[in-house]
Design a protein around this ligand. Structure first.
Ligand SMILES: Cc1cc2nc3c(=O)[nH]c(=O)nc-3n(C[C@H](O)[C@H](O)[C@H](O)COP(=O)(O)O)c2cc1C
Length: 201
C-alpha cells in the first residue's frame, strides 16, 4: 500500500512538515509513502495553460500526477492560517483532481500553534472534494499547541499531549489503511468512471 502525504504549509521549517515527517515514519512500518511538501511554493498558481496542456505545466505536473495516481490513500496536512487553509493547498486542489485522487480515502490532519485547527478541517470538507471526489474519512486529527508535540527531543514535548497525539495518529492511520483496501474495490468495479458526470453536482 502506498500513501501520499501532502504537507500544506508554504513556510520553511514548518510545523506541518514536522507532522508530515512523523506520519511518514509511522507509516514506514508496513506501507510505502510519498511526501510532497508545499514549502517555498513549488507549484505556480493555476492558469489556463493547465487545461491547454502547455509543456511548462506538463513538466511540473506529470511527475506529481504519477505519484498521486500510484497512491491508494492520502493524508492532507493543513495549518490554520488566518482561519483558513493556505492558498497553496487550495491551488493544489485546482491542479490535481479526480484522475489522481478520485474515490481515494484521505485523512485530514490540521495544525495550529495555538487552539485553532477546526476551520481548515471544515474548509477542506466543504470545498476540496466536489470535483476531485477525494473521500475524507469521518475521522480527522487536530493538533493544537503543535510546538509541544512530536518533537525529536522529548524534553520539548508536553508528555501527555504528545503521547495522546501519537496514539491518535496511529489509530487514524490504521483506519485510513482499511478504507484504502475497501475503496480500491469501489474504483476497480468501474462504476466511478463516468463520462456523463465529469464533475461533482
Ligand atoms: C499567515 C499565518 C496566519 C496564521 N493564522 C493562524 C490562525 O488563524 N489560527 C491559528 O491557530 N494559527 C495561525 N497561525 C499560526 C500557525 O498555527 C502556526 O504557524 C503553526 O505552526 C502551523 O503552521 P505551519 O505549519 O506553517 O508551521 C498562522 C500562521 C501564519 C504563518
Amino acid at each position: 500500500m502506498k500513501i501520499a502525504i501532502i504537507s500544506g504549509s508554504h513556510r520553511c521549517n514548518s510545523q506541518s512538515l514536522k507532522v508530515a515527517q512523523h506520519i511518514q515514519k509511522t507509516l514506514a512500518v508496513d506501507s510505502t509513502s510519498w511526501l510532497y511538501s508545499l514549502e517555498d511554493n513549488p507549484l505556480p498558481l493555476w492558469d489556463e495553460g493547465v487545461w491547454d496542456g502547455e509543456q511548462k505545466w506538463l513538466d511540473i505536473l506529470t511527475p506529481i500526477r504519477e505519484q498521486l495516481s500510484s497512491c491508494d490513500a492520502l493524508v492532507i496536512i493543513t495549518p490554520e492560517w488566518h482561519g483558513q487553509v493556505p492558498a497553496g493547498l487550495k491551488n493544489f486542489f485546482l491542479l490535481f483532481g479526480k484522475n489522481e485522487m478520485g474515490h481515494k480515502p484521505a485523512l485530514i490532519v490540521s495544525v495550529s500553534s495555538g487552539i485553532g485547527g477546526s476551520y481548515p478541517v471544515a474548509e477542506l470538507r466543504m470545498s476540496s472534494y466536489k470535483n476531485s471526489r477525494i473521500c475524507y474519512l469521518p475521522e480527522h486529527v487536530i493538533i493544537r499547541d503543535v510546538e509541544t508535540v512530536l518533537n525529536d527531543n522529548a524534553a520539548d514535548n508536553n508528555e501527555r499531549s504528545d503521547s495522546y497525539i501519537r496514539e491518535r495518529l496511529q489509530w487514524s492511520l490504521a483506519i485510513l489503511k482499511e478504507y484504502a483496501i475497501a475503496l480500491k474495490g469501489v474504483r476497480d468495479s468501474g462504476i466511478t468512471q463516468n463520462e456523463q458526470f465529469g464533475n461533482g453536482m
